[in-house]
Design a protein around this ligand. Structure first.
Ligand SMILES: NC(=O)c1ccc[n+]([C@@H]2O[C@H](COP(=O)([O-])OP(=O)(O)OC[C@H]3O[C@@H](n4cnc5c(N)ncnc54)[C@H](O)[C@@H]3O)[C@@H](O)[C@H]2O)c1
Length: 393
């Protein structure tokens, strides 16, 4: 075990709240500073992380000499500027998905990291979930043959959660394609080898109160002849957690009787932006508990990868392998803390020099596929992809 990475975070967001058990409990990370404009969130940070420093803006965080690496958890539209500033200050970066909103931003981020000689990793992404990594290992082992066909279905209540105005405006990175397609495409690209050739898609926005994409379906072709179909809907009705044994996205138990909770809660809200802000980190965040080992993995819905000699189905415990004469569960080792795999990969990149899968080039390729879904839905045509990269190794 090497030393702990001294990490700062910019944006004490909902994403930060979800990563809190990971950041507080991971053996290789020490959270030493934050940057956040909301004073109440900064005060809570100092209380939760005694001895740390809380800055009001990114420039001050970049000047903080205790910080070696920065987790960028601000809204999408700030990712590029935050990463470029961190790199210019010589700090390694872990940036939330989607990497950015345009390919030009991604290219500038990659260039900034390369110029500074620092690591740039995209995460958290469900492409880093233990069962996805286990399926990738099985595929790389070759015993089941090549992946030929992938079917991915994710139904959630994403669109019914409180949102900032830009999250409901596609032109500013809103809608399910940027925020959720980034996860689903990451998983599918990882299992299919990474190199997409083309995308054909249709998007839907059938809720007039949420004027952005609430659902999409896409047909993807890989360079090697494999294909994938992806369906996502965030309308808070059917939920694919049912297909995952009523385990939720964060590996938590879901109550099948609690139908329509997000939809009802949204209907009762008068100030949506304030409700969204309350879901970010602050005085209302539950107290930091001692990190408990998770019972299940994070999951992002139903996924079946059909190989030449077996179908591989992701579960919240690992990979169910459906071969010719039997089926069995390949358990994926549970991380010591929820979402621990994200920081495993980031620390391996920064501290051990292990090239990350979710590099800048990988994140740009995933964003290209998100943008292709939107483009194809608009034009009704196949979109050819030009910035794809293979899974390393
Ligand atoms: N991987 C996941 O599971 C996951 C989950 C949620 C969000 N996300 C991602 O995290 C990012 C943040 O989204 P969110 O919904 O958590 O945001 P949020 O609205 O909950 O929080 C945004 C935070 O950033 C702060 N902020 C705004 N401008 C800032 C600035 N210039 N400098 C510093 N801080 C600033 C706000 O005060 C707020 O605390 C998005 O890119 C989103 O896609 C990822």
């Amino acid at each position: 075990m090497t030393r702990r990475l001294r990490l700062g975070v910019v944006g004490l967001s909902r994403a930060f709240t979800l990563m809190l058990p990971t950041l507080a409990g991971h053996a290789r990370v020490q959270l030493v500073a934050c940057a956040e404009p909301r004073p109440e969130a900064r005060a809570r940070f100092l209380q939760d992380f005694p001895g740390s420093r809380a800055h009001a803006d990114m420039a001050a965080l970049c000047r903080d000499e205790a910080v070696e690496a920065i987790y960028v958890a601000t809204p999408h539209q700030f990712h590029a500027a935050d990463v470029i500033a961190a790199c210019a200050a010589g700090r390694h970066c872990l940036v939330e998905k989607p990497m950015a909103v345009t390919l030009a931003e991604c290219a500038a981020m990659i260039e900034a990291a390369d110029r500074a000689g620092v690591q740039l990793v995209i995460g958290h992404s469900h492409g880093q979930d233990g069962p996805v990594l286990a399926a990738r290992r099985l595929i790389a082992g070759g015993a089941q043959g090549r992946v030929r066909l992938i079917t991915a279905l994710t139904y959630t209540d994403f669109l019914c959660r409180p949102r900032r105005p830009e999250e409901l405006d596609t032109a500013r990175g809103g809608g399910v394609v940027f925020s959720q397609g980034a996860h689903q495409l990451d998983v599918v690209r990882l299992l299919g080898g990474g190199l997409l050739r083309s995308v054909r898609a249709q998007c839907f926005g059938w809720d007039p109160a949420r004027p952005t994409e609430g659902a999409y379906t896409a047909f993807l072709q890989f360079e090697d002849g494999a294909a994938a179909t992806l369906t996502y809907s965030g309308h808070g009705r059917y939920d694919t957690d049912e297909l995952m044994g009523w385990v939720g996205e964060l590996g938590q138990p879901r109550d099948p009787a609690a139908y329509g909770t997000a939809r009802r809660a949204l209907a009762a809200i008068t100030d949506e932006e304030a409700a969204k802000a309350r879901r970010a980190y602050g005085p209302e965040t539950p107290p930091l508990a001692a990190p408990a080992p998770p019972a299940f993995h994070n999951q992002f819905g139903f996924l079946l990868a059909s190989c030449e000699r077996a179908d591989l189905r992701l579960t919240a415990e690992g990979v169910m392998v459906h071969a010719d004469d039997r089926r069995w569960l390949e358990r994926a080792p549970l991380p010591a803390v929820p979402r621990g795999e994200v920081l495993d990969a980031f620390c391996a990149a920064v501290l051990d020099g292990v090239a990350p899968v979710q590099s800048g080039a990988w994140g740009m390729a995933t964003l290209e596929a998100c943008l292709a879904i939107l483009d194809s839905a608009r034009t009704g045509r196949d979109v050819t992809l030009r910035h794809q990269v293979a899974v390393p190794g």
